[in-house]
Design a protein around this ligand. Structure first.
Ligand code: NCD
Length: 359
C-alpha cells in the first residue's frame, strides 16, 4: 500500500512520475476525464482550509470521481471523542482514498496503521504538507524548467511553516540545491531539519537577516505567512508578524528570471503591487495544485494494488518506558497511541510521528 504522509514516502522516481503525469494532464485534459470514474475520495479536514480542500475536490471531480467528507471536525464524530484510527476504520468502508488535514501532528501516520485505503496527508499541524510540496515542485518545473542547480530562498515563518519543512526535505534529493533561510530569530528552521536533512544529506544552507541581501542570488523566493494559529503567546506573534514584506522595490533587486512562490493564504507578507510582476507565480501555483493532486490521486489508486509501490522502510528503535515525545501537539500525547521512535543523526531518539525529541 502506498500512502503519502511525508514527501520522502515517494521515491524521487515516483515523485517525478507524478510531476510528469501532471504535465501530461495539463496538455491532454480530455484524456483523464473518466480516469477515476466510480471511485470516491473522502476529505477529512479537522482544521480550516480553503484551497487545499477545494483543490482535492476539484481534482477528483475532473478525474470523473466523487467526493465525500467533512470540512469541520465539529460536525463529525470527533466531537464525541472518536479517535483518528477509529474514524479511518469507518471511512475506509465508504471511500477508495482519504485526504486528511489535522492540527495534531502525526495523525495521518497513525491513520496508515489501520487503513486499507491510501491516506494522503493534507497537512498535520506545523509538521508536514507533502501535497503542497508536489504543487511547489510542479510550479518550479513549469516556471524555471528544472529542479536542480537552484538557489532557493525561504522567507517568513520557517519554524511553524509545514510547507517549508516538506519542500526542503524534497529538495534535498535534487542536485546542486542551495537554500537561503530568511527568518526572524524566533521563527528559524527547526533543528531536526537543519541536522537531519540539511547537514546529513549535504544540502548547502545559510541564514541571513535581510531579504534585500538574499534577493540578487535567488532563482526561487518561497514566501510564507507567519502561522498565527501555532503561537501559544499572542505577544510573540505580534512581535514578528510583519518581519519581512515583499514589495516592488525588493523585486527590483532580483534576477530577471526567477519565481516567487507562496502556498497562500497571504496576510501582508507580499504587497498586492507585486502580483502583476511576471515573476509572481503564486496564483499559477494554485492551479498547479489541482493538476498535481489529480496526478497523485490517480497514481495512488493505480499503485495501491501494486507490490512495486510500497512505503519506504525506516529503522525504528524501542522507546524506554519512562520517555515520551516532548511535543504536546503530537498524536501520542493526544490519543491512545503506541510510541514509535528512530535514532536521529545526532544520536537522539525522535518521535516517528512528529520528529520531535523524546524526554
Ligand atoms: C498552507 C498550509 O495550510 O500549511 N496553505 C496551504 O495549504 N495552501 C500555508 C499556510 O496556511 O500558511
Amino acid at each position: 500500500m502506498k500512502h503519502l504522509i511525508d514527501p520522502t514516502d515517494l521515491s524521487v522516481e515516483e515523485t517525478m512520475s507524478i510531476i510528469n503525469l501532471a504535465l501530461d494532464i495539463i496538455d491532454n485534459r480530455g484524456k483523464y476525464a473518466e480516469k477515476c470514474k466510480g471511485k470516491k475520495l473522502a476529505t477529512l479536514f479537522y482544521e480550516p482550509s480553503t484551497r487545499t480542500r477545494l483543490s482535492f475536490t476539484a481534482a477528483m471531480m475532473e478525474l470523473g470521481g466523487n467526493v465525500l467528507g467533512f470540512a469541520d471536525a465539529a460536525s463529525s464524530s470527533v466531537s464525541k471523542g472518536e479517535t483518528v484510527r477509529d474514524t479511518v476504520r469507518v471511512v475506509e468502508n465508504f471511500a477508495d482514498i482519504i485526504a486528511m488535514r489535522h492540527h495534531i501532528e502525526g495523525a495521518q501516520l497513525a491513520a496508515t496503521e489501520v487503513s486499507r485505503v491510501p491516506i494522503i496527508n493534507a497537512g498535520d499541524g506545523s509538521h508536514a504538507h507533502p501535497t503542497q510540496t508536489l504543487t511547489d515542485l510542479l510550479t518550479i518545473t513549469r516556471e524555471l524548467g528544472k529542479l536542480d542547480n537552484l538557489t532557493i530562498g525561504f522567507c517568513g515563518d520557517l519554524r511553524f511553516g509545514r510547507t517549508v519543512h516538506s519542500l526542503i526535505k524534497a529538495l534535498s534529493r535534487h542536485k546542486n540545491i542551495r537554500i537561503v533561510l530568511i527568518a526572524p530569530p524566533q521563527l528559524r528552521l527547526p533543528d531536526y531539519i537543519k541536522q537531519d536533512v540539511c547537514d546529513r544529506l549535504g544540502l548547502e544552507y545559510k541564514e541571513v537577516d535581510s531579504l534585500e541581501e538574499a534577493m540578487p542570488e535567488l532563482d526561487v523566493l518561497y514566501m510564507t505567512r507567519v502561522q498565527k494559529e501555532r503561537f501559544l503567546d499572542e505577544d510573540e506573534y505580534e512581535a514578528v508578524k510583519d518581519s519581512f514584506v515583499l514589495d516592488n522595490a525588493k523585486m527590483a533587486l532580483a534576477k530577471e528570471k526567477m519565481a516567487v512562490l507562496h502556498p497562500l493564504p497571504r496576510v501582508n507578507e507580499i504587497l498586492e503591487e507585486v502580483d502583476s510582476d511576471p515573476r509572481a507565480a503564486y496564483f499559477r501555483q494554485v492551479e498547479n495544485g489541482k493538476f498535481v493532486r489529480m496526478a497523485l490521486i490517480s497514481s495512488l489508486l493505480d499503485w495501491s494494488a501494486d507490490a512495486a509501490h510500497t512505503m519506504p522502510e525506516m529503522e525504528e528503535v524501542e522507546v524506554p518506558g519512562h520517555l515520551r515525545c516532548e511535543n504536546k501537539k503530537c498524536i501520542t500525547r493526544n490519543e491512545n497511541s503506541p510510541r514509535r521512535a528512530y535514532r536521529a543523526s545526532d544520536g537522539s531518539l525522535r518521535c516517528r510521528y512528529c520528529d520531535h525529541k523524546f524526554k
